[in-house]
Design a protein around this ligand. Sequence first.
Ligand code: FE2
Length: 374
Amino acid sequence: MQTQTLENALVREDLFPINGTDHIEFYVGNAKQACHFYQSAFGFDLIAYRGPETGDREKISYVLRQGKITFVLTSALDPGHDIARHVHEHGDGIKVLALWVDDAAEAYQTALERGAVSAFPLQMMEDAHGQVRMAAIKTYGETIHTFVERSGYQGAFLPGFAPKASSMEVRPLGFKYVDHCVGNVPLGEMNQWVDFYQKVMGFNLLVTFDDKDISTDYTALMSKVVSNGNGYIKFPINEPAEGKKKSQIEEYLDFYRGAGVQHVAIATDDIIYSVDQLRKNGVEFLHVPEVYYDSLPERIGSIKEDLEALKRLNILVDRDEEGYLLQIFTKPVQDRPTVFYEIIQREGAKSFGKGNFKALFEAIEREQALRGTL
Ligand code: FE2
């Protein structure tokens, strides 16, 4: 059962104002090569760089942008650096979900007063292009939320970064913004993290999925979605539920060695173009059998997209009370079966594709079986 909560309908004062996602930072084994992947396969532009040439001898970061999405890829240069330990432990993964706020000091203080744990205290950074203030709190696993206050900063990314352009031809794929970021946590911890987002950051519980919504013959999971006051930030939190075999969430937790970000959903206005290009660029997607499309017209009703194109590209469709959405999921984008992407086009629908869960989880199970983890 999908349970809409009362809070969903209430208009409340926003007690923790967040403008949107500022950036997502990945800790990776080889930032230079990851940077090539996000340019050549995902169509991101390289915009900034930090490393020895800019005065940082410990780590290297490449900053990529497409639409309103900013990714930072960071690697350690020193084997003793905590970034190197993080990569050793988790593989390539997401360390920072950074949130854009108007007052970093206030956001940080408020969060701490409400029980958050500090990741780093307020820092003021400045260069010729202006000032940025940042502070961070811990969330699930080793993931952190940095509060970024830009105060009209005019530089390429942050003080300390130099502008850097792509040295290759980059074709943007129509990516607009981060739609949602999903976290996987161990069994029994989902409610704790949902409470954290509600109490510390004033998020609302949008929707709850239980193991009856999200289960196949073999695996099950539970999920709750929390969202900030203006609705721009949506964080679904998953935990495994008991199934006959190892769930995809347990597989993630085993390979990531703990809780972490499972997927980032990227919004596009033209999913057919985006996915067509991604496929041409070599990005691999989960495969849903053709039979999925047989019952699609009666389940979904009329949509403006060409059904044959959706079928050819294996794009999924779901409908809710407010409209429909189109979505597809990549395979994991690093060696470990951990982080992956969702590409999503919303045509009015504000939900998460519940009607596709079964087909998707069966597709994931086929991949798990190939890995010998199911
Ligand atoms: Fe998603």
